[in-house]
Design a protein around this ligand. Structure first.
Ligand SMILES: NC(=O)c1ccc[n+]([C@@H]2O[C@H](COP(=O)([O-])OP(=O)(O)OC[C@H]3O[C@@H](n4cnc5c(N)ncnc54)[C@H](OP(=O)(O)O)[C@@H]3O)[C@@H](O)[C@H]2O)c1
Length: 321
């Protein structure tokens, strides 16, 4: 499919969100994907995938291992981690590893970075996320969604970057759920009268896109930074966090491999992509489609400073001051 046809199919599909985000959208767009983009060898590349023990993260880990990367999957549950690694190591190549880490817990993050060891990490996929039903706070007093999806990942990346030779590429797995919400720092940080897990999750997903964009601006040519959304994918977290949505849409949901496609592409390809951009089905997207969801420069600066402060970073990383 040529790029004109691709633009037309995107225009026609995008208003039809269920079809676009679900399996039909992927099946329609996939023939336009250029197979040469993934005709690469990742031999010698160490890639860390948070939440690589299940769903989209695991599908991405499998594909990156097949491209000869040394894959390290991160998650909270060692039993899930070990069975993921066992499955990954059925494919030849550099041995895959599991590193235990709860991204909502600073001690666990610090230990995980020590476990990763002194060898450099080349690429990092920020894929793990939670969508809880109820408000809870971490040992640091942070709302758990904010801690797991945003603050913890920033601390994790900062410490990896400090501990070894510097990262070259990061990919943030966001969600189309962010389209509907404007960033609100009070809601993001759980400062609300009535907690709603879906809103808390969507806030973190919008913030991830802004963080990816800022990393590109801050680090320039030394770090490529991308964000994306995978569409609607049949994974354990969708079945458990959104059971009604899952039951209604199951027939249309993407497979984990289809949901992981753009993650794999952004992590692996040597194609010249624009750092900082937001992607869906290997195509750049506008993340502020819905009127009223644009984020002002002032709010962005407040966001970056707040996450850094909450992550207890010893120095500025992405904020201006
Ligand atoms: N599925 C969809 O339709 C969909 C749609 C839009 C966006 N996404 C995004 O895609 C990403 C992957 O989602 P998924 O559906 O593939 O989920 P999933 O199958 O449930 O996998 C989630 C992974 O994250 C790990 N994890 C969760 N909380 C963690 C924490 N605090 N610290 C470390 N690891 C943690 C889990 O392992 P442990 O339980 O062992 O920790 C698991 O490996 C998420 O960022 C999600 O927001 C998914």
């Amino acid at each position: 499919m040529n790029s004109f046809l691709r633009r037309i199919t995107s225009r026609v599909l995008d208003p039809l969100v269920p079809a676009s985000f679900g399996r039909p959208g992927f099946l329609l767009r996939a023939p336009a994907f250029d197979p040469r983009d993934l005709d690469v060898s990742l031999a010698g590349q160490r890639i860390v995938i948070t939440g690589g023990t299940s769903g989209i993260g695991f599908a991405a880990a499998q594909a990156l291992k097949r491209l000869h990367a040394e894959v390290i999957v991160v998650g909270r549950d060692p039993a899930k981690g070990l069975s993921a690694v066992e499955a990954l190591n059925r494919v030849d190549g550099a041995e895959a590893r599991f590193v235990r880490c709860d991204l909502s817990d600073f001690r666990s993050i610090d230990e995980a970075v020590r476990d990763l060891g002194p060898k450099s990490i080349d690429r990092l996929v920020h894929n793990a996320s939670i969508l809880p039903d109820e408000l809870s706070r971490t040992a640091e007093g942070l709302e758990a969604t904010y801690a797991s999806n945003l603050v913890g990942p920033l601390r994790f990346q900062f410490l990896i970057d400090e501990s070894a030779e510097r990262l070259r590429r990061v990919v943030w797995v966001s969600s189309g759920g962010m389209y509907a919400v404007p960033l609100d720092l009070r809601v993001l940080r759980g400062d609300v009268k009535r907690f709603d897990g879906v809103t808390a999750y969507a806030q973190t997903k919008r913030a991830q896109i802004l963080v990816a964009e800022r990393m590109a601006a801050t680090f320039g040519s030394r770090l490529r930074s991308y964000s994306m959304h995978p569409g609607w994918v049949d994974t354990p977290s969708v079945a458990s966090s959104l059971p009604r949505f899952h039951a209604l849409t199951k027939a249309f949901l993407r497979t984990p491999e289809q949901g992981a496609d753009t993650v794999i592409w952004l992590t692996a390809t040597d194609a010249p992509l624009e750092s900082g951009a937001f992607y869906f089905d290997r195509e750049r997207q506008n993340s502020e489609l819905v009127p009223g969801t644009a984020t002002s420069l002032k709010t962005r600066e407040e966001l970056f400073a707040a996450i850094e402060r909450d992550a207890k970073l010893p120095r500025t990383f992405i904020s201006a001051s």
